[in-house]
Design a protein around this ligand. Structure first.
Ligand code: SAM
Length: 225
């Protein structure tokens, strides 16, 4: 059974397909549905990255070291899942109610899975809140604060992944992202890691102590110890 409800003034529909929640951009069917499916993601992750993905290096995952992480811009939880899969406890903050609902739904289904449910339940926690307004107030502490805010893409929209285009339509460009860094530096114990497109300037113009680069991205690493 499929239920579809239009979200006022957004152009989006909230779709309930079986027991899975999804968002669909009503005017452009080609964009497809956006949902959180950690079970499919787990397979893709293993095939694509193994254990050596850049995000885990940037955060400081090593043999015997599994830092606790606050993911201050949780989105669809992919980076958080990678880190939790490697053994990190991850607290995710997401301020968009629509994105938080998708993520909450994905977590619910993952926790019910016989294979990954136990560690997802133990290591992944979602808080629907803004990391700019609430990070300090929530009294959260972690070894690492990880940030991956939206960035205005300079490529033509057809080249940007469908999911990212839906995100751009839904949450916009996170134009206040510079404010995140100051908050993150207050609560991180060891480092703040910011994921940026390789052509983007650092958050708040603040040059990081270290960088880790991939083909398309750069991880800016602000060390606190
Ligand atoms: C590019 S996405 C993050 C993708 C995520 N790293 C992943 O792996 O799926 C950016 C997300 O950060 C969220 N966001 C931006 N600023 C935020 C803030 N101040 N507090 C909480 N969430 C925020 C946006 O709503 C959006 O969902």
């Amino acid at each position: 059974m499929q239920l579809c409800e239009q979200l006022p003034e957004t152009g989006f529909c909230l779709v309930l397909d079986g027991d899975c929640l999804a968002l669909r951009y009503c005017d452009e069917a080609k964009l497809g549905d956006v949902k959180v499916d950690f079970l499919a993601g787990r397979v893709a992750h293993r095939r694509q990255y193994g254990g050596a993905e850049a995000v885990s290096k940037a955060v400081g995952v090593k043999k015997g070291q599994r830092p606790s992480v606050i993911d201050g811009t949780a989105g669809l939880g992919r980076d958080a899942f990678v880190l939790a899969n490697l053994g990190c406890e991850v607290t995710m903050l997401e301020r968009s109610p629509w994105v938080a609902a998708l993520l909450d739904d994905g977590l619910r289904r993952a926790k019910a899975d016989a294979d990954i449910g136990e560690w997802v339940g133990q290591r992944m926690r979602l808080i629907y809140a803004s990391s700019i307004d609430d990070l300090a107030q929530q009294n959260l502490r972690a070894d690492v604060v990880y940030l991956d805010p939206m960035y205005p893409h300079r490529k033509k929209s057809a080249q940007v992944k469908k999911e990212m285009r839906v995100f751009q339509l839904l949450v916009g460009a996170d134009l206040d992202a510079d404010l995140l860094l100051e908050q993150a530096l207050k609560v991180a114990q060891k480092r703040v890691v910011v994921k940026r497109p390789s052509y983007a300037e650092p958050l708040a113009g603040k040059v990081a102590h270290n960088h880790l680069s991939t083909k398309t991205h750069r991880f800016d690493i602000y060390s606190l110890i």
